[in-house]
Design a protein around this ligand. Sequence first.
Ligand code: HMG
Length: 464
Amino acid sequence: MTVGIDDIAIYIPRLFVDARDFAKARGMDPDKLQRGLGISQMAMVDTNQDPACMAANACLKIMQKNDLSPNEVGRLYVATESSLDESKAMNSYVIGMLEQVYGDDSFGHCGGIECKFACVSGSYALYDNSNWIRAGEAEGKSAIVVVSDIAKYDLGSSGEYTQGAGAVAMLVNDRPRLLEFDPKVTATSIKNEYDFYRPFGKETPIVHGQYSNLLYLLQVKKALMLYKEKALSSGLIKLKAGETILDYIDFLNMHLPYSNMGKKAMAYLLRHEWRKLPRWKKVIEKIGMEEPVPKDPRGTIESVLADSEFMTKDHEFTKKFTKTEEFQEAYDSKLASSLIASQMIGNLYTASLYLGFRSTLEFEFQKGTDLEEKRFGFGSYGSGSSAMVFSGVIKPTYKEIVRDMNLESEIGNRVKLSLEEYEEIHENKRGLKENFLKSKKEFVLVDVKNTPESSGERRYVYNS
Ligand code: HMG
């Protein structure tokens, strides 16, 4: 049965911090952020915004754009790691907001939960909802999967320059106009890890930055190997001599905690896939050094990180590899367009991968690329940790959706925060009602109760 993404809508808050201003204020070289990590701007929520209202705004957009009535939506899932409550699921807040527009109990039939597994949970939500449709339970209805997050790190930490905020809503059904998922190839990897986590009650995560970078690569590679096995055994992809599975992925979308992580991941996966192929000999000649091997043949994450000689050489090798014509050709044709939105917005945790997908669609379309029947590969990663690799093929009807995409006009007039204003928001020094921007045609948070009997109750309104 055909299942896939029929349409996609985004909500990005209009406030932002400029990476160059930020770097100067922290005494850093601005090039480290712009060139080293690929960060130009980071979207920030206003005092009256939270992940639930961003999710509701993205949902409303997708419903209005498609003229959908609540009756046509059978499930509404929210995947987030910016949960507002230990018990009450975020989709209930979202439904409450949508019912302000569509009427009381208009979503009363609509099932759904909040999903959590750091940045990968949106991919699990998409997969589970696709299987709900495949199982024949949807009866023609669509599912909406919303991914919404605020990436917030401690002031002065190395994570602070990888912040961002936003939501992406995806309409999933059995008649997708945008992308059809490839069946029976979705592959996962999982391991109990502490690369990045946020204990109860803490607003910002505990992060082991370099460990998380490496773990991301290892986990995605593991999932890719399983994807490969499934794609070959199911006959989805047939390899000829000298080919790799990545030759059959026309566009690659990776989880993007910062945009250059996509490039790092692509380099890592290509090295892994190409090193056994005849083409590698030519690449090695161009690089001018042999590929380094870690001292410990087990290659565990701890042993690799402890092997500083290997790490230095490997870093040098990767740098040289990314400068080869072979890498550049793959990078420009398969990945570069997916990174543009991330540079402008920052990390959206669960929503980053899907913002990257949207970015590819918009910017490849602008370049005049014909995307019909092209295969998109998705590399999803969530700390803690789990990866999911899956793929899908672009439908002939995709232009109906993609031709109207315009990231800048969809975000609206962006307003740059001074560093002082940013820090006030970050440290929660401004009250909920001391918002910077006037909102129009969107949901905002107006109250959080603090009496003992109703502590934590949140009220939202739709400003028409
Ligand atoms: P850092 O230690 O500040 O940065 O932390 P660095 O020293 O690794 O430098 C970054 C890059 O800038 C390097 O490039 C430098 O060479 C370059 P690379 O060698 O890697 O290609 N650089 C410069 N370039 C130009 N001019 C200069 C200059 N100086 C340096 N002057 C780190 C970076 C990402 C670790 C940090 O920001 C961090 O901890 N971030 C948060 C964690 C994170 O994003 N981890 C990513 C993987 S885990 C993940 O994706 C999951 C996550 O989204 C959470 C979830 O799942 O929920 C985070």
